[in-house]
Write a protein that binds this ligand. Structure first.
Ligand code: MV4
Length: 494
């Protein structure tokens, strides 16, 4: 087993990984930027090193500095978490060159999966269904026209070096193709340093469903079922669940096996995700996320498997601790990403000091976070406060517990998207499980629901004593709100 792991990340995921280390008797090393001196993860670790100024470029993305710190601390492995350097083949390569175990796939596999055209081609070879489209780079207009005519409009142009939606262009008819190809190639070059572009049939408002996979260094691979991730806004997921309301047990077995076989086929080592679009009852492979994901807890809740511990085992050369026949799904799990952002101001980030903080608990609730009361959320990184995860015997109980936990959550000092989550949890389409990637755009009524929820007094926090300056502020806001309501009911009062 590994002896000491450096966690090349921050916030809740750094703590998630350190928790696994602590349970397994592995020493943990934190690296933190000057903006994260007060962060919980920097205190949680057995050892901590400041590695540079706040901008990620100068700290969390500084490959040389991270690897040197690992060597200095005597760590035998690095866990990259998600984001930052997690899928960077140069980073994995730097670790390999220094004899430090990168907890994840080899640099070769990261490179393979990072190039989306290559990944698509590999998946076709492995027998995984992909969206109709090209299996090579499209450079000429002639070539693009022929392919688009063949698969039919609308089509979508995607940069091969990208992923996650950046630089993608939807093309509705042939006249738009020439401009779209040029623009996509230009964006691809500036953002990814690679002009390669490929074409797919554009599916309208599909579901986004992904399979969790685990592969070990012996060539074994298993799947842990799927997650439904359709509730997202501008490529940012907000709510995930496991299993998906759209997937039957037969579909799960069939797609899961294909996903696991494909992982074994490319020599995938570690935890990973295969992303699919799901439309009219069919799966289409999109891309591989070669990392632990934000939403991994919902899979842990329904399978009982600690995915991060499995990552540690795999990295130390041990075989998977379970085989496919031992994997079962029990109950239902939902995750709400609690962000410091204002849902009524286009989800604008709202960093700042948590003047009061109390997370929910009780049966069926898990909170993964990197904050504490009186901590200041720095403005330099993404504004996630926590992941609120519920488990229930079925989807309904998971929703009931989520609603109850959202009520219990006390966060004073920053705006949060909790009212948004409350509105979704009571939305009739959400409750039915009728989800797709167009959900938030379509459900414009959510924002009236949020206003109503805020107006009604929605949380346990409002019934508790507040820090005194906050109490005055809230009283003043309530007074203004009362007058505003009177005015809207009775017209101008003098
Ligand atoms: C698509 C698509 C429809 N058809 N590809 C955007 C992010 C990247 N992971 C893939 N994306 C999409 N690719 C085809 N052929 C629609 C999306 C898409 C999407 C995918 C997953 C989750 C949310 C999304 C939101 C808008 C568009």
């Amino acid at each position: 087993m590994l002896n000491k792991v450096l966690i090349a990340n921050r916030g809740e995921i750094a703590i998630r990984v350190m928790r696994a280390c602590r349970e397994m008797g592995i020493a943990s090393v934190a690296i933190y930027s000057e903006a994260d001196k007060e962060a919980l993860f920097a205190r949680y670790a057995d050892e901590s090193f400041c590695i540079g100024p706040p901008p990620a470029r100068a700290s969390y993305l500084n490959i040389r500095k991270v690897v040197d710190t690992a060597k200095e601390s005597g760590a035998d492995a690095i866990h990259p978490g998600y984001g930052f350097l997690a899928e960077n083949p140069k980073f994995a390569r730097a670790c390999e060159d220094e004899g430090i175990k990168f907890i994840g796939p080899s640099s070769r596999v990261l490179e393979l999966m990072g190039d989306k055209i290559t990944a698509r081609r590999k998946m076709i070879k492995a027998g995984v269904p992909v969206v109709p489209g090209t299996d090579e780079c499209v450079s000429e207009l002639r070539q693009a026209k022929d392919i688009a005519d063949e698969i039919g409009y609308p089509v979508i142009l995607k940069p091969s070096g990208g992923g996650g939606g950046i630089g993608m262009t939807i093309v509705g008819d042939p006249e738009e193709l020439e401009d779209a190809l040029k623009t996509t190639q230009a964006i691809a070059t500036t953002t990814f340093g690679l002009s390669d572009v490929y074409i797919e049939k554009y599916l309208l408002n599909p579901r986004h469903i992904e399979f969790q996979i685990l592969g070990d260094s012996k060539g074994n691979a298993i799947h842990l079922g799927e997650r439904e991730c359709s509730i997202q806004r501008r490529q940012q997921k907000l709510i995930e669940e496991a299993p998906s309301p759209a997937v039957t047990s037969a579909m799960r077995t069939e797609m899961g096996e294909k996903a696991a076989n494909a992982a074994a086929f490319v020599g995938y080592e570690g935890a990973g995700t295969m992303e699919f679009l799901f439309s009219e009852g069919r799966f289409y492979f999109l891309e591989v996320n070669a990392r632990i994901q934000v939403e991994h807890p919902v899979t842990e809740m329904v399978t009982g498997i600690d995915i991060v511990k499995e990552q540690m085992r795999i990295a130390s050369g041990l075989p998977l601790s379970i085989d496919q026949t031992e994997i079962g799904m029990k109950g239902w799990s939902i995750e709400c990403r609690i962000n410091a952002e204002d849902p009524l101001d286009d989800f604008a980030p709202s960093p700042g000091k948590l003047k009061n903080y109390r997370s929910p608990g009780g049966v069926g609730i898990r909170v993964d976070s990197g904050v504490y009361s009186h901590y200041s959320i720095p403005p330099f990184y993404d504004p996630m406060i926590s992941k609120l995860v519920s488990w229930g015997k079925d989807r309904n109980e998971a929703m009931e517990r989520m609603r109850r936990a959202l009520y219990e959550y006390v966060i004073v000092g920053v705006k949060t998207n909790i009212p948004f989550h409350m509105a979704v949890m009571e939305n009739p389409r959400y409750v039915e499980g009728a989800l797709d990637t167009g959900f938030i755009e379509r459900e414009t009524g959510l924002f009236d629901d949020i206003k109503r929820i805020l107006d009604q007094g929605y949380s346990l926090g409002e019934k508790l004593p507040q820090p005194s300056s906050e109490k005055k502020k809230i009283a003043a806001i309530a007074a203004v709100a009362a007058v505003t309501r009177m005015q809207s009911r009775y017209g101008e009062t003098s």
